[in-house]
Design a protein around this ligand. Structure first.
Ligand code: FRU
Length: 537
């Protein structure tokens, strides 16, 4: 099974060919957004990764610049792995990344690169100073699990940076400090650690307690909370906690002391090794993340490409302070073209209707559902309170429910042998309080073989009792379904490879498989124009 070339994305970032993984060092400089990414220049599998470089005016249309960091010095001779960008106090951007300096084992050290010419807004050339490496593992550390430096932050005359590690089975957020950005000394204790295995691609940043405005990493005050995100190497997902940071003791404590086990996620789908950066032009914090393929490595090699990035998302702290909220950056809306709307349409139990009059293989769909009563909601079994995914596997899109499942069939073939289902299903706990489950069920997405089609799910912390409404937005892009429930409180991106529902053969429906009427108060679907993805500058 080799995917059809029509399944390449139209507006989700990917280079012209070959393998990509983590976004690296996103930054804004002199009017340009810079995105670097782990890239294999020789093929569509994960080997020999280094940093490729694209630039953009809006984070949606991209120009390809080529390679930014290749193995060239002893401390990165065998690999240029992930890292982050920091804007120094005088405005100079620097990149700190992991270098592999041995052939026999992936021995990891941290290196720095600085722009060759600061007046070039495109930052085309990077120089690796001869004082590299700047951080090496100490004896007793796991030298093959010591990587992915974070963006540094500056408080009271000192820089701090995090390096992820593993000690025993504990994930470690090692803190290093410096006054000159050259000489770094490890703080005695890690910023935080927990029994979660290797912590890849750590991200640590402040968020305002109220409002959507983003903060730069050095904006430290009593009115901010901090977010610590780790990418779990074994579980393959990104989770975060929200907490407080004390820069004197160099420690971070999650507000939810069990947060390392509850594991709030940016995204409950295929979303990994993400990273945020502060966008000074928009005064917002923006999240970028990698979504890998769901087919096999031989299929990737045959099709010649693997990996895409999610649409950049603006993120902020929910007013309740217990989770983040995410929304696709508004620039993606420039791509909206022809649209179709449906208003006040009732969908009876067991019914569905097609949204006609536009192509939906590359689309943006926003819908608000109105639920008259939660009386018929199924009872919620507390045994699933930490396992939305299991609940959704058991109660898939085709299992009849009480309130729901209702939602969208996207990338559906004319006869519905293929469809990806994005839906809500509402339960009621022992106190009569609604519990909202959001799922993406790709089990029917393709008749193709050898595809990984896990059902993805998360709970949605939204107030449905008083509003009687819940919203859903799905960005559909050939082989991507990226969904935002309840205004971005729960997000799920998945990769699917229809064999029939491709191009003009892809349809969009609204369905209700519950026991009570659901009203579509408003649905608007837009065809999306392709973004410029790999233009030259
Ligand atoms: C995460 C990761 C990083 C590493 C990079 C190598 O996907 O494993 O920890 O630096 O990819 O490509």
């Amino acid at each position: 099974f080799v995917t059809n070339p029509l399944l390449r994305t139209g507006y989700h970032f990917q280079p012209p060919k070959n393998w990509i993984n983590d976004p690296n060092g996103p930054l804004y400089y002199k009017g340009w957004y810079h995105l670097f990414y782990q890239y294999n220049p020789r093929g569509a599998d994960w080997v020999n990764t280094l940093w490729a470089h694209s630039v953009s005016r809006d984070l949606i249309n991209w120009n390809l610049l080529g390679l930014a960091l290749e193995p060239s010095i002893r401390p990165d001779k065998y690999g240029v792995w992930s890292g982050s960008a920091t804007i120094l106090l005088d405005g100079t951007p620097v990149l700190v990344y992991t270098g592999i300096n041995r052939q026999d084992i992936p021995y990891q050290v941290q290196n720095i690169a600085i722009p060759k010419n600061k007046s070039d807004p495109l930052l085309r050339e990077w120089v690796k100073p001869d004082y590299n490496p700047i951080i090496v593992p100490e004896s007793g550390m796991n030298v093959t699990q010591f990587r992915d430096p974070s963006t540094a932050w500056h408080i009271d005359g000192q820089w701090r940076i995090l390096v992820g590690g593993e000690k025993g089975s504990q994930g470690q957020a090692y803190v290093y400090r410096s006054t000159d950005f050259k000489h770094w000394v490890r703080a005695k204790h890690p910023l935080h650690s927990a029994i979660n295995g290797m912590w890849e691609c750590l991200d640590f940043f402040p968020v305002l307690m109220q409002g959507k405005k983003g903060l730069d990493t050095y904006e430290h005050s009593a009115r901010v909370k901090y977010v610590l995100k780790s990418s779990l190497e074994k579980a393959r997902y990104d989770y975060y906690t929200i907490g407080t940071y004390d820069n004197r003791t160099e420690s971070y404590v999650p507000d939810d002391l069990n947060g390392d086990y509850h594991r709030l996620r940016y995204d409950y789908g295929k979303f990994y090794a993400s990273k945020t950066f502060f966008d000074p032009a928009k005064q917002s914090r923006v999240l970028v993340g990698w979504a890998n393929e769901s087919d096999t490595v031989p299929d990737d090699i045959a099709k010649g490409w693997s990996g895409i990035h999610a649409i950049p998302r603006k993120i902020w702290l929910d007013p309740g302070g217990k989770q983040l909220v995410q929304w696709p950056i508004e620039e993606v809306e420039q791509l909206r073209r022809k649209s179709v709307s449906v208003t006040n349409k009732v969908v009876k139990p067991g019914d569905h209707f097609e949204v006609k009059g536009l192509e939906t293989y590359q689309a943006d769909v926003e819908v608000t559902f109105k639920i008259r009563s939660l009386e018929r909601a199924e009872p919620f079994d507390q045994a699933f309170s930490d396992d939305a995914q299991k609940l959704c596997r058991m109660k898939g899109a085709d299992k009849k429910g009480g309130v729901g499942p209702f939602g969208l069939w996207v990338l559906a073939s004319a006869n519905l042998e293929e469809k990806t289902v994005v839906f809500f299903r509402i339960f009621k706990d022992g106190h009569g309080k609604p519990v909202i489950l959001m799922c993406t069920d790709p089990t029917m997405s393709s008749l193709g073989r050898d595809l990984d089609k896990p059902t993805y799910a998360g709970f949605v912390n939204a107030d449905i009792s008083s509003s009687g409404q819940i919203s859903l937005r799905s960005l559909i892009d050939h082989s991507v379904v990226e969904s935002f429930g309840a205004g971005g409180r729960t997000c799920i991106i998945s990769r699917v490879y229809p064999s029939i529902a491709i191009g003009k053969n892809a349809h969009l429906h609204v369905f209700n498989n519950g026991d009570v009427d659901i009203k579509v108060s408003r649905l608007t679907a837009w065809e999306m124009e392709s973004s410029k993805m790999n233009n030259s500058v």
